[in-house]
Design a protein around this ligand. Structure first.
Ligand SMILES: Nc1ncnc2c1ncn2[C@@H]1O[C@H](COP(=O)(O)OP(=O)(O)O)[C@@H](O)[C@H]1O
Ligand SMILES: [Mg+2]
Length: 284
């Protein structure tokens, strides 16, 4: 189980501070496919990067199976990263290495004997459906195939948790479905807990059993996917679902409200002017 308790992250720039996460509280159960959903800049990547300590929270605790990981360093940190695989939108493969060598890379870091590492890598390539492309280079593969390599590489050290940061955002619809099916199989068959970041409600609905919606660094809504979809509470969730128009038209609505407020002010100023004209006129 992963628990985030009052997690905040403040980036301190040269000119100003920026609160990317504010008092985040979340519980992710073993075996979940947990979706974190929000628009660009909401804080999704920062949130998952705190879970493997690519970012350190400014305050709060992150407990994995009851142990606070936020103070880890050295060997403890290496062990944590081994237990948590990660995949990204842009695949992040080593271009100079073959598919097989990419998947063997994490096993080299853990000093796995070469023959054993190769056997494990080939087994994983079979699992992701790429056994016949082991000797190819990433540039020779499609986006979906590259993401499969990244998934195999993330699984090399048998992690308990996999973090997926917009893993399907660069893929077309068919390929997205194939990758989501693969992630679901990995979750079910290997028992890997998956934390899936996305800006797409369709992706969340397809695979997540629970979701949290994040806006401006704050969780505005969370729960079982079907419950949130059936009865979304937060304005941003409704906008993402297209109930109150798209998120973009949410912005348009804000702009319209601003214009209405402005014209309200203008109208009342005009009314004041009219009134004074009237009074002046009345005085004449
Ligand atoms: N290293 C950093 N330094 C300063 N600001 C950052 C850094 N990383 C992210 N941010 C800011 O934090 C906010 C959240 O970013 P991010 O977590 O990447 O959002 P998302 O993944 O939802 O698009 C953004 O405003 C972003 O500009
Ligand atoms: Mg991001």
């Amino acid at each position: 189980m992963i628990q985030l308790e009052h997690v905040s992250k403040i980036f301190i720039g040269s000119e100003r501070e920026h609160t990317a996460l504010a008092d985040i509280n979340l519980t992710i159960e073993d075996g979940d496919i947990f979706g974190i959903i929000g628009e660009s800049g909401a804080g999704k990547s920062t949130l998952v990067r705190c879970i493997n300590l690519l970012e350190r929270p400014t305050s709060g605790r992150i407990l994995i199976d009851g142990n606070d990981i936020t103070k880890l360093s050295g060997k403890g940190l290496l062990a944590l990263r081994r237990d948590i695989g990660m995949i990204f939108q842009n695949f992040s493969l080593f271009q100079q290495r073959t598919v097989l060598q990419n998947v063997m890379f994490p096993l080299e870091l853990t000093h796995t004997p070469k023959a054993q590492a190769e056997e494990r890598a080939r087994e994983l390539l079979k699992l992701v459906g790429l056994a016949n492309l082991a000797e190819s280079y990433p540039s020779q593969l499609s986006g979906g195939q590259q993401q499969r390599v990244a998934i195999a590489r993330a699984l090399a050290n048998s992690p308990k948790v996999m973090l997926c940061d917009e893993a399907t955002s660069a893929l077309d619809t068919m390929t997205t479905h194939a990758i989501l099916n693969l992630l679901r199989d990995i979750n079910r068959e290997l028992g890997v807990t998956i934390i899936l970041i996305t800006h797409s409600m369709n992706v969340a609905e397809a695979v997540c059993n629970r979701i949290a919606v994040i806006e401006g660094g704050t969780i505005v809504e969370q729960g079982e996917t079907k419950v949130v979809f059936a009865n979304p509470q937060a304005t941003i969730t409704r906008a993402l679902l297209g109930i109150e128009g798209s998120a973009a038209s949410g912005i348009a609505a804000e702009a319209a409200a601003f214009v209405a407020q402005e014209s309200g002010v203008t109208a009342s100023v005009e009314a004041d002017l009219d009134a004074s004209d009237c009074c002046e006129g009345a005085g004449e």
